[in-house]
Design a protein around this ligand. Structure first.
Ligand SMILES: O=c1ccn([C@@H]2O[C@H](COP(=O)(O)OP(=O)(O)O[C@H]3O[C@H](CO)[C@@H](O)[C@H](O)[C@H]3O)[C@@H](O)[C@H]2O)c(=O)[nH]1
Length: 520
């Protein structure tokens, strides 16, 4: 099976389908998502030499089609099998609607843009799957054996260089791993995931979470997995002892603003204890390069918009979740100040949404979703009845909250660019916060409307009071990411909804094959 990488270096163009959605954050803004800003004559959205993962919506449609075909190779049996059940029939209806609609669009787009599509052969996933992938287990010692590479003749084998991904079975972590493997630029690094599976699914009897198995199948590359809670220092120590970890992506955390108001202690324990333990173990093993999954919630109630990295943090924080992210950043600043060898890149996400363009991986929260997008998509697919809209009395375009929704694939691109920053000769290290957003805000109602267009069905909603901990509006200033990472987000609100629906309609129960609500 070959994958076609969407990072094809094509100029982003405006998506006609989004023309009637003005951005909520700026009356002058025409609703267009950030697009390629390069020179007329160059041939793609490369900034500072980094491939940016730029796929315009139109090209994306074409790439999707190619991808689908390529990715479907060898998977047809599997698809057919799952299409047979009653549940899937219902789902089949959903998918059909979308497929029909997309087909029409894609035909037009294909005609207009097919010349622009370059299949990135270099990025095509190589057929070099090792057998290790089959034999890897969740057991630390066994896993370490298979992770060994570069054996020297007379001594202990030296483990391959590795990147540790905490929370790598979760939403943003898994998309980042997928992006790393698809690009193939860091194949010299083993990917070691630790996750306590508190918000991700592993089938009984399996050794790896479903999402990592799918990533391995799609990329033909291996991801090592250990079911570890990083608050367990002993386990984490063993992992660092037995592997040659050089970099850490730290995603593991509880992340729902609203839930954190109800469960503050759980949030402080989960997010702070885990981070301190991780930093201690890193320090003890001389590992000092960390990319942290931070959040724009560290800015609290905005004093001005758009939010740049200079905006004060820690003031007027509205939720325990935001406080945990702020406290963790402060701890990391102290650690960086204590020893110049440390480099922490703190990526302040705005609102991650969307799914991988293949529709094979996406957001799959355990239980009732806390966040807006998975809630909308689960209503659309019939798992939930009605979306509650928290407040329509904000000072915004339509009274509902405004957020900077960023496609998870753009976010993943940003993480890979951040990894490259460590080896940039001009990078000074220390604590470096960088916003990852689009720079454009859309309201909750605008997102719902776009989703309805994409899925071709009505999303029943009821407006209720504001949710505690919420703010009215936020969106990012994104110049620092452009400058330091050579990165900016390119996927539009349409693509966000389209990819989410592709994922949700094909996988109504997420990574599970059956409805978890029917389980005992
Ligand atoms: O069922 C729902 C869920 C949410 N919302 C609204 O939708 C908007 C977005 O809410 P949500 O998706 O929960 O995201 P945020 O609360 O903005 O927080 C997200 O975005 C943060 C950055 O802004 C991240 O740090 C967090 O991890 C992530 O949960 C807000 O106005 C909510 O009030 C609803 O109206 N109904």
């Amino acid at each position: 099976m070959a994958l076609v990488n969407g990072h094809n270096g094509n100029r982003a163009t405006r998506n006609r389908r989004e023309e009637d959605v003005p951005a909520a954050n700026n009356e002058d803004n025409d609703g267009e998502a950030p697009v390629y800003i390069g020179d007329e004559n160059d041939d793609g959205p490369m900034i500072n030499g980094f491939i940016n993962g730029v796929v315009n919506d139109v090209v994306n449609d074409v790439v999707h089609e190619i991808n689908e075909e390529a990715a479907m190779e060898g998977n047809e049996d599997e698809e057919e099998e799952s299409g047979g059940s009653g549940d899937n029939e219902q789902n089949g209806d959903n998918t059909d609607n979308v497929a029909d609609e997309n087909e029409g669009d894609a035909d037009v787009d294909n005609d207009q843009n097919v010349e622009n599509v370059q299949i990135d052969n270099d990025a095509e996933v190589v057929e070099n799957a090792s057998d290790e992938g089959e034999t890897a287990t969740g057991n630390v010692s066994e896993e370490v054996d298979v992770a060994m590479g570069n054996a020297s003749d007379d001594s202990e084998p030296v483990p391959r260089r590795a990147i540790l991904v905490t929370g790598g079975a979760g939403y943003v972590g898994s998309h980042t791993i997928m992006n790393l493997l698809e690009r193939g630029e860091h194949d010299d690094l083993d990917i070691i995931v630790v996750d306590n599976l508190s918000n991700s699914y592993m089938e009984e009897g399996e050794q790896k979470p479903a999402v990592l198995k799918i990533i391995e199948e799609m990329t033909h590359k291996q991801v090592h997995f250990f079911k570890i809670d990083i608050r367990d220092k002993e386990d984490l120590n063993s992992l660092f002892n037995e592997n040659n970890i050089e970099f850490v992506y730290h995603f593991a955390a509880l992340k729902a603003v609203g839930q954190s108001v109800v469960k503050p202690l759980e949030y402080h324990r989960a997010n702070l204890t885990a981070t301190i333990t991780l930093l201690e173990v890193m320090r003890d093993h001389g590992v000092n390069k960390l990319i942290y999954s931070s959040s724009c919630t560290v800015y609290g109630e905005p004093a001005y918009l758009p939010l740049d990295e200079e905006h004060p943090t820690g003031r007027n924080l509205t939720s325990p979740y935001g406080k945990t992210k702020y406290f963790c950043e402060e701890i990391m600043k102290d650690v960086c100040a204590s020893d110049p060898k440390w480099s922490v890149i703190s990526l302040r996400y705005f609102n991650p949404v969307g799914a991988h363009r293949s529709g094979k991986i996406g957001e799959d929260p355990e239980g009732i979703p806390n966040n807006l997008m998975p809630y909308i998509s689960q209503v659309a697919v019939g798992r939930l009845n009605r979306l509650l809209v928290y407040g329509d009395d904000y000072d915004t375009i339509d009274g509902t909250g405004v957020r900077d929704f960023i496609h998870v694939e753009d976010l993943a691109d940003g993480h890979v660019c951040a990894l490259k920053l460590f080896s940039s000769p001009t990078f000074e290290g220390g604590f470096t916060p960088i916003n990852l957003g689009t720079g454009t805000g859309y309201s909750v109602m605008q997102l719902i409307t776009m989703f309805e267009r994409v899925c071709g069905r009505k999303i029943p909603t009821s407006v209720v009071g504001r949710r505690e901990g919420d703010i009215g509006t936020n969106y990012a200033e994104v110049n620092l990411a452009k400058k330091l990472l050579g990165w900016y987000a390119v996927r539009t609100l349409y693509t966000i909804c389209d990819d989410t629906w592709r994922w949700q309609s094909a996988n109504p129960y997420g990574f599970r094959k059956t409805n978890p609500d029917d389980e005992d």
